[in-house]
Design a protein around this ligand. Structure first.
Ligand code: UPG
Length: 984
């Protein structure tokens, strides 16, 4: 590729700017470190006059270089770069003087109003009693005509009653929470004697975003997420954003580089006008009335300019695949690459040749060391490649941005606006054949280590690539819980997942309201909500498998007897402090056994964390800070200012990045405890629930933070097939959990009893599928055989009626504290039946196969909807019909029940002595089953679903006519006394 062409490509994509150094490290392939010097005056774009210096080095040489860089950085430097040593020591010796302001609590916890709570609890008890009566009646009144039907049906009912009980029990301790952001500001950012300038003492936060396939996860969606993070309302010098790209894709890489450029306009615009949300796509979708007198004139002008820039940015990102293909395809890649390579670097086998022939070229004419994507046939998430780290935006000490676009044109007047940007890093961990990459958990752990070396924020926010920050104060809200009194026992603050682009009917219960607004809120009143994989702020030391300083143990059958334990010594003496500084290779960690001293037992770091000394140093800092917090709190202070806990980010140097690259190699985790006890857990499809479980099991608490304006928003699959596969992944994860030693039946005494019950329910729910499947066929079987499940249809109907009324009342009360509507509830009920007959049974089968045969279960990445273009149907995906084997059981159920209704009616009509009660019972139950599959049938019909609606309405009307007819016949027959056993 000629330089001219590189430049032309670059112009096409809006003068991509890549700063600093791209670092790669890896195996069996050429490793190139190149430095691109940028023309800062020209917005940083690569220009013909730019100098480029390339250093081609082999892998071993790169490793040697990294090692020599490591050895160049002496211990003291290592300590300083992670905020260890003198700074922490000094701050600790001069503890802050807590003033009046520090006494204001940052959060409040209050109970749900008794006028709701008391009737809610009473109704729960009434329903439990009612269930008891109902089951007793079922058991005591066998149907001698069809004992087999009666037995099967009874077993199902018993299971459903048990499931309801497991679900309901943890919902009895309800609380609400509120945060006080102004108190946080007062405590950490207002000027005082020690801090006359009012610099921010808030702790550092590292934000992790993961992406794995640019085809399923459009780069524009990821770009918008990143922009919302860069523009969040948090001190820039305390914020670092990391993107993990498991595909190692040039597309994502270049999109991120362009995103960093666009951030130079977008972030000042957001700060200047305080706009919400700070995701450009979501922001520009809103209707803006600039004729309104209250709108400032400068906003209207800036809005137009920024919107134009954003539209161009969108076009560039959306055309990137073509740009890259054209760039790579039109050039004789093979020859150029061969010419650039040393013969010694070329491998013996033909795979090098294949790679070369597929090479993807970067805009500057160098080849991309990540996954090749010219052929389009690679599975992006699996492509092997070296580890790559690129700092796209250096830490915030770098030059401010002035709202200029890539051509250097000044677009926004940024007087009085903080115009610095947080650090932004691209990371793609190494992938090699023969190494399990451990999916998302592996990516998160690689990010955890990289960030420990590069910024070491004591807190971590984790977001999926399609989940953006919707409320710019979200991080502050989360920090209120972490920094308040008792916050040192909070391992994570989970925010609810909220979604854009869900069809108005929410056909497939994508909003997940029952789980997010009822279940998770109820858990908040116990030990805390689950970790759900995204929208979660972690305390870093909790991820390193440390225990909280203090825990409560629960004894007795229901965990009602409590003992409080102090796990870590609170005093941090000077001697101990010095010792810590000198012993960076040892660490006191929790050992999860009953020994009280387990926490203070020292283990060699490499065994647990691998042998990176920089990582060891950063972990030690975290552990030290944890103790410091505890020390301050034990002295009666409410929380503590964190200037003593976190150093402002150091400017990144080459050596630091070189150290970071070593911890993202494939074999770094060999013989360590990463994924077993440290970081995100491996071996399960739902790494999230398990990671949270391990923390609760160590005695940590978590918090559910529901903000007035949704803190984060994301997308969910509205297509039936994608949703089925997503639910399959979740349910399989639960089955894996059930069959593992992480089943909450074996949880420690540090976990509350009702929390254990809830975790148990989470691992057991897919097994309901067996009973749901049977229950869906029962009415059809009843119609075919002409027999009914119970003897007295009327008694059954009465029980069901009372049950429905109490359930309805219960739902109304639940709505009062959770906001979940009756429609949401109905959707949830439908979805349980739909997934219970499709994804859940498949999940149970997969789980059993894994257990018995040890076969690994494959993971299907959920496709994220692309940003719709103007004029596109936003819900087009809803009507796309894609075949899946998971559809077979629900289709069978629908067919069998429809045929059974027809057979039942025909039999009744042609029978001289029709048994109307059995017919009505069978038909109404069959119809009830069909009602649950209505969304499913709609999904199968695609755009022709209107016909289906007609079918449902007509069959409903027909059922009512049959019902009325039968009542009429019954009454006339009673008069004539022709039939003896019409209604037993
Ligand atoms: O090998 C992989 C696979 C996935 N991911 C990322 O993991 C995230 C979640 O994966 P996805 O397939 O989108 O899962 P969903 O079903 O949409 O997500 C929910 O369920 C997952 C499993 O419980 C959680 O991890 C997620 O956070 C949660 O949003 C995405 O950002 C992916 O890019 C990787 O980085 N590497």
């Amino acid at each position: 590729m000629s330089k001219d062409q590189a430049v032309e490509d670059n112009e096409n994509m809006g003068k991509l700017q890549i700063s600093n150094t791209i670092f790669t490290g890896g195996f069996n392939t050429v490793t190139r470190m190149h430095v691109i010097k940028l023309d800062a005056n020209n917005g940083g774009g690569l220009c013909p006059g730019c100098e480029q210096s390339y250093t081609d080095v082999s892998d071993d040489e790169a490793n040697d270089q990294a090692l020599s860089l490591l050895s160049m950085v002496d211990d003291s430097e290592t300590k300083d770069s992670v905020g260890f040593g003198s700074e922490v020591k000094n701050d600790f010796q001069h503890q802050p003087n807590f003033g009046e302001k520090t006494r204001r609590p940052l959060t409040r916890k209050f109970s749900v109003s008794p006028t709701i709570l008391i009737p809610y609890r009473l109704l729960s008890i009434i329903r439990i009693l009612l269930l008891g009566f109902y089951l007793t009646w079922r058991v005591r009144h066998p149907n001698h005509e069809s004992m087999w039907l009666w037995r099967i049906s009874n077993t199902c009912e018993l299971w459903f009653a048990l499931s309801w009980l497991l679900e309901q029990l943890p919902r009895l301790c309800l609380i609400n929470r509120a945060t006080d952001i102004s108190a946080l500001k007062d405590r950490f950012e207002s000027p005082n004697l020690q801090n006359p300038k009012g610099r921010s003492d808030l702790p550092g936060i590292d934000v992790f975003v993961t992406t794995a396939d640019p085809e399923k996860e459009p780069p524009l969606v990821t770009a918008n997420t990143i922009l919302s993070i860069l523009a969040v309302d948090y001190p820039v010098e305390k914020l670092a954003c990391y993107l993990s790209d498991d595909a190692g894709s040039l597309l994502t890489f270049e999109a991120l580089a362009d995103t960093a450029n666009f951030a130079r306009i977008w972030v000042p615009f957001c700060r200047k006008h305080g706009i919400e949300p700070r995701n450009p796509e979501a922001y520009f979708k809103q209707k803006h009335d600039f004729l309104n007198n209250e709108v400032r004139l400068d906003l209207a002008g800036d809005w137009r300019r920024v919107k134009r820039e954003y539209d161009e940015f969108k076009v560039r990102i959306n055309s990137l695949p073509e740009t890259i293909k054209r760039r790579s395809g039109s050039y004789n890649a093979k020859e150029e690459l061969k010419a650039n390579m040393n013969p010694s670097e070329m491998g013996e086998n033909s795979s090098d040749e294949i790679k070369i022939s597929k090479a993807t070229w970067m805009f500057d004419g160098s080849y991309w060391p990540g996954t090749w994507e010219v052929s389009g046939e690679d599975d992006h998430s699996r492509g092997d490649h070296v580890g790559i780290i690129q700092v796209m935006l250096p830490s915030s000490d770098a030059k401010p941005v002035y709202g200029s676009n890539t051509n250097g044109k000044h677009l926004i007047d940024t007087t009085d606006v903080d115009i610095r940007l947080p650090m932004l890093v691209y990371m793609s961990r190494e992938k090699r054949p023969g190494y399990d990459n451990n999916k998302k958990a592996g990516a998160m752990n690689a990010l955890l280590r990289t960030s420990a070396i590069m910024s070491n924020g004591p807190f971590i926010l984790n977001l999926d690539c399609d989940h953006y920050i919707n409320n710019s104060l979200a991080l502050r809200e989360g920090m209120c819980f972490m920094l308040d009194k008792g916050g040192d026992r909070v391992c994570y603050v989970q925010f609810p997942q909220r979604f854009d682009g869900i069809d108005p009917d929410d056909l497939y219960a994508n909003l997940n309201t029952l789980f997010l607004d009822v279940n998770m809120r109820a858990l908040d009143g116990l030990q805390g909500p689950y970790y759900i994989g995204t929208c979660c702020i972690f305390r870093r030391i909790a991820l390193y498998a440390f225990s909280p300083a203090r825990v409560t143990e629960h004894h007795g059958l229901f965990g009602t007897r409590k003992t409080k334990l102090l796990l870590r010594k609170v005093t941090v003496s000077k001697k101990e402090d010095d010792e810590m500084a000198s012993q960076i290779n040892q660490c006191a960690l929790d050992c999860d056994d009953d020994d009280d001293d387990a926490d203070t037992r020292s283990l060699l770091l490499p065994k647990r964390f691998g042998n990176s000394t920089s990582l060891a140093a950063s972990i030690k800092v975290m552990e030290f800070q944890g103790r410091l917090l505890q020390e301050l709190e034990s002295k009666g202070n409410q929380g503590c200012p964190t200037d003593s806990l976190t150093a402002t980010q150091e400017p990144l140097d080459v050596a630091t990045v070189a150290k970071a690259i070593t911890v993202i190699s494939c074999d770094y985790e060999d013989n360590t405890e990463w994924g077993k006890r440290v970081g995100w857990m491996y071996g399960y499809l739902t790494e999230d629930v398990l990671t949270g479980y391990q923390m609760h099991n160590r005695g940590w608490r978590s918090v559910y933070c529901i903000t007035k304006h949704h803190a984060f928003r994301g997308t969910a699959p509205i297509n039936l097939t994608d949703r089925l596969h997503q639910v399959l992944v979740w349910a399989t994860g639960s089955v894996e959990l059930f069959f593992s030693r992480n089943n909450s039946l074996f949880a420690t005494r540090r976990m509350k009893f009702l929390q254990k019950v809830d975790y148990f329910n989470t691992s057991v729910y897919p097994f309901s599928s067996f009973f749901i499947l049977v229950d869906c066929f029962l009415p059809a079987v009843s119609l075919f055989s002409g027999q009914f499940m119970v003897q007295s249809f009327v008694t059954l109907l009465t029980f069901n009626l009372v049950d429905s009324i109490t359930l309805y009342l219960h739902a109304i009360l639940e709505n009062k504290w959770s906001g979940i509507t009756i429609t949401n509830r109905w959707r949830e009920k439908q979805s349980v039946v739909m997934w219970g007959t499709s994804s859940y049974p498949a999940a149970v089968l997969q789980g059993l196969v894994k257990l018995i045969a040890g076969v690994n279960i494959s993971y299907t990445l959920t496709p994220k909807p692309a940003t719709p273009k103007d004029g596109d149907d936003e819900f087009a995906d809803l009507y796309v019909v894609k075949w899946s084997f998971l559809m077979i059981p629900p289709i069978t159920i629908m067919l069998v029940n429809t045929i059974a209704i027809a057979v039942g009616i025909a039999r009744a009509l042609y029978n001289p002595y029709p048994e109307w009660s059995k017919l009505i019972g069978g038909v109404s139950y069959s119809f009830w089953v069909l009602c649950h599959f209505h969304p499913f049938a709609k999904g199968l019909m695609g755009r022709r679903s209107r016909a289906l609606n007609l079918f449902y309405v007509w069959s409903g009307l027909l059922s009512i006519i049959v019902l009325l007819l039968s009542i009429y016949i019954k009454s006339s027959s009673e008069t004539q006394n022709h039939m003896k056993f019409l209604f037993p």
